[in-house]
Design a protein around this ligand. Sequence first.
Ligand code: MG
Ligand code: MG
Length: 255
Amino acid sequence: MVEIKSDASLDAMRAAGRVVAQALAAVREAAAVGVPLRALDETARAALRAAGAGSPFLDYHPHWAPTPFPAVICASVNDAIVHGIPGSYRLADGDLVSIDCGAVLDGWVGDSAVSFTVGRARPDDLRLIDTSYEALAAGIAAARVGNRIGDIAHAVGRVCRAAGYGIPTGFGGHGVGRTMHEDPGVPNEGRPGRGLLLRHGMVLAIEPMVTSSGTDRSFTARDGWTLRTLDASRAAHTEHTVAITDDGPRILTEL
Ligand code: MG
Ligand code: MG
């Protein structure tokens, strides 16, 4: 079932989304060559705590995972696409990092992700990251009353494919509300004019994932969580939580 949020609820979700943006900004500031991923998780925990927010990631335990998720961010480096566990790995020169973070404030969830490099960036990585943000922007622009889910999916997918990149099969965005994952699913590729009609008060996480080699194939690593590209090519992942409104798309997870 797709929940329609009241305007007051959208304002409450905006507050939760701002906390996510603050946490991600702090993580990005802290990320540098030599910094362990675990330290980035500590940075995000401190930001959530300072805002009086909880984490929808911590102890999240979907049916397919062997263990509850142990952190408040996902940290996915290089060939990791999403769901990386922030552990003892220390960031190295030229790493491509994707950080996904959520917050729960007053019972409402925000969900957002950023991709960036540390140290001396590879030009190919910068192009991959830029394309991921372009796809996100295209998806958000299509998140309009009267459009359909397929219009968002098509907008995201077209940007990724036009750049020659792959789109991991089976992963995409979702509705957001009092829980992190609600209906509807928001695929990263699709046909325009198809699927659920978008209405004022729907809230969607739009989250392009792109692979540099063009592969759509991925696998879950032995930790049971980290999704990696099958051919070890690099990946980027960006995300915003967006409200569909009569005034156009409202990004809830910006600063
Ligand atoms: Mg996310
Ligand atoms: Mg999400």
